[in-house]
Design a protein around this ligand. Structure first.
Ligand SMILES: [Zn+2]
Length: 74
């Protein structure tokens, strides 16, 4: 299963702004907008490769997604 990371923003922040502060990164199915934790994310939100998971670029990361993702990745 392919995954990517999608950003969640602070309440009321426009995700179309390139420098919008990211509240949390979630793991989603490739091209999906719902986090593995069940959180609905903005389709316009920033994404990055799942390779960033566990690196400083992937922080802060959603703990629920991390736990679920770990179970899926060999
Ligand atoms: Zn999550």
């Amino acid at each position: 299963m392919e995954h990517e990371m999608r950003a969640e923003y602070e309440e009321g922040v426009s995700s179309t702004s390139a420098d919008a502060p990211i509240r949390l990164w979630h793991m989603v199915r490739l091209d999906g907008t719902q986090g593995m934790c069940g959180r609905d994310l903005d389709p316009r939100a920033a994404t990055q490769s799942a390779d960033a998971w566990g690196t400083p670029q992937g922080e802060p990361f959603c703990h629920s997604c991390a736990a679920l993702y770990l179970r899926e990745v060999p």
